[in-house]
Ligand binder design. Structure first.
Ligand code: GLA
Length: 369
C-alpha cells in the first residue's frame, strides 16, 4: 500500500495501524442536522486513509501525500495551520489520552466538491487513535469527536451529519440518522436493481463566503426556535401557526427545515416500500426549498439540477452545505449519457466551467485496512 511505503520512508518503520474513512453525499435532509432533525446521507467510494504510530513525547509529525514537502513537525497543538488543523484538532480533543503521533495521510476525495473530505480526515484519524490507544469509543462517539474538533478547534460550526456518515455508513445502504437522539438505522439503497444510478455533478464552483453564510443560517434557525419557544426547529408541529409568529429570513428558514424533515421521513418510507423510482419528486422539492426558502443554492447548482431533470433524471438536488459543491441526480441508467450531455451543454451555454460527473455508489464507513 502506498501509504505504508510513504510512512516507512518518512519515519523509518511501518505504521502500527491504518484506517480508511469515506466522504459522503446526502440523499436528503439538508441543513436539518443542527436543527435536531433527520438526515439520510451515504458514504462515497472516496475517502482518507490515515497511517499512525503513537509517540510518547507529545510531538506530532504529519505527512500528507497530497501536500508538497516532507513531514511537518509540531511540538504543540497551537502550531497547526491549514489542513493539519483537522488532524491536530482530533488529537487536541483527546487531550492527555494521546501524547503525540507519527501520522501519514492519503486521500482521494475530489477537492472542493462538497463531499466532506474534512470529516473523512477527522474520522480516519480518530478511528485510528481509538484503535491504537484502546479508547473504546463507539463509531458515533468517534463522529462526535470529529465534529467537536471541527467546531472547537477548526472553528466551523457544522452539524453531526458528515462525521456520522463517515463513521457509520454501510456499503449498499444510506444512513437514516435522528440528529437529536443520535439513533440511526441503515436503509438498503439498491438503485441498480431498479435500473437507476445516482450521479454526482461536481459544479467545480465554490462561493468564498460559504462558511459565513452557514453560520448565519444556523443563527437564524436558533433565533427562530427561541421565538417559537421550542428547543429546536425540529419541534415545530404546527407550521402555519409557527410561520405567523415569524418574519422574513427566519420565516423562510423555518419553512425549509420543517418541510425538509418531513421529506426525509417520506423518502425513507418510499425506500422501505421498495418504491425507489418515486423518490425523485422529493429530491426536486428539496432543491426548490433550499433554493427559495433556505437560499443556499447557486446558479451553477440550479443549472445542474434543471438540466439534469430536462435530460431525463427522475429528480435532482444540491447536496451538502450549498453555495457550490455538488448536486446529485437520480438517473435511469439508460439516460446517463443524455443527462450528462444536457448538463454539460447548459454549462457551456452559460459560460460556466465544465462540471465533473462522478458515479455515486453507497460505500462502507470507517474501517481498518
Ligand atoms: C455541511 C455540514 C453538515 C450539514 C450540511 C448541510 O456539510 O458540515 O453538518 O449541516 O452542511 O446539510
Amino acid at each position: 500500500m502506498r501509504i505504508v511505503e510513504a510512512f516507512r520512508a518518512a519515519y523509518g518503520a511501518s505504521p502500527e495501524t491504518v484506517w480508511h474513512a469515506p466522504g459522503r453525499v446526502n440523499l436528503i435532509g439538508e441543513h436539518t442536522d443542527y436543527n435536531d432533525g433527520f438526515v439520510l446521507p451515504f458514504a462515497v467510494p472516496w475517502g482518507v486513509t490515515a497511517a499512525i504510530t503513537p509517540r510518547t513525547d507529545g510531538t506530532i509529525r504529519l505527512l500528507s501525500l497530497q501536500a508538497d514537502g516532507g513531514p511537518v513537525t509540531m511540538a504543540s497543538h497551537d502550531e497547526s495551520t491549514g489542513w493539519t488543523r483537522y488532524v491536530v484538532g482530533v488529537l487536541a480533543m483527546l487531550g492527555d489520552r494521546v501524547s503525540g503521533a507519527d501520522i501519514a495521510i492519503d486521500g482521494d476525495v475530489p477537492q472542493g466538491a462538497g463531499l466532506s473530505s474534512s470529516a473523512a480526515l477527522e474520522v480516519a484519524v480518530a478511528s485510528a487513535l481509538n484503535d491504537l490507544h484502546d479508547l473504546g469509543l463507539t463509531p458515533m462517539e468517534i463522529a462526535l469527536l470529529g465534529q467537536k474538533a471541527e467546531n472547537d478547534f477548526v472553528g466551523m460550526p457544522c452539524g453531526i451529519m458528515d462525521q456520522a456518515a463517515s463513521a457509520l455508513c454501510e456499503e449498499g445502504h444510506a444512513l437514516f440518522l435522528d440528529c437529536r437522539s443520535l439513533a440511526s438505522r441503515t436503509i438498503p439503497l439498491d438503485l441498480a436493481s431498479h435500473g437507476l444510478a445516482m450521479l454526482i455533478i461536481d459544479t467545480q464552483a465554490h462561493h468564498e463566503h460559504a462558511g459565513g453564510e452557514y453560520a448565519k443560517r444556523r443563527a437564524e434557525c436558533e433565533s427562530a426556535a427561541r421565538k417559537l419557544g421550542v428547543s429546536a426547529l425540529r419541534d415545530v408541529t404546527d407550521l402555519p401557526a409557527a410561520l405567523e409568529l415569524l418574519q422574513g429570513d427566519e420565516r423562510r428558514r423555518t419553512m425549509h427545515v420543517v418541510t425538509e424533515n418531513h421529506r426525509v421521513e417520506a423518502l425513507v418510507g418510499l425506500l422501505r416500500a421498495g418504491a425507489v423510482t418515486e423518490i425523485g419528486a422529493l429530491l426536486n422539492a428539496s432543491h426548490l426549498s433550499l433554493r427559495d426558502q433556505y437560499e443556499v443554492s447557486s446558479p451553477e447548482l440550479d443549472v445542474a439540477v434543471e438540466a439534469a431533470v430536462k435530460g431525463g433524471a427522475r429528480g435532482a438536488r444540491m447536496t451538502g452545505g450549498g453555495f457550490g459543491g455538488s448536486a446529485i441526480a437520480l438517473v435511469p441508467v439508460d439516460r446517463l449519457d443524455r443527462v450528462q450531455e444536457s448538463v454539460a451543454a447548459a454549462y457551456a451555454e452559460r459560460g460556466f466551467q465544465a462540471p465533473r460527473f462522478l458515479p455515486a455508489t453507497p460505500a462502507r464507513g470507517a474501517h481498518r485496512v
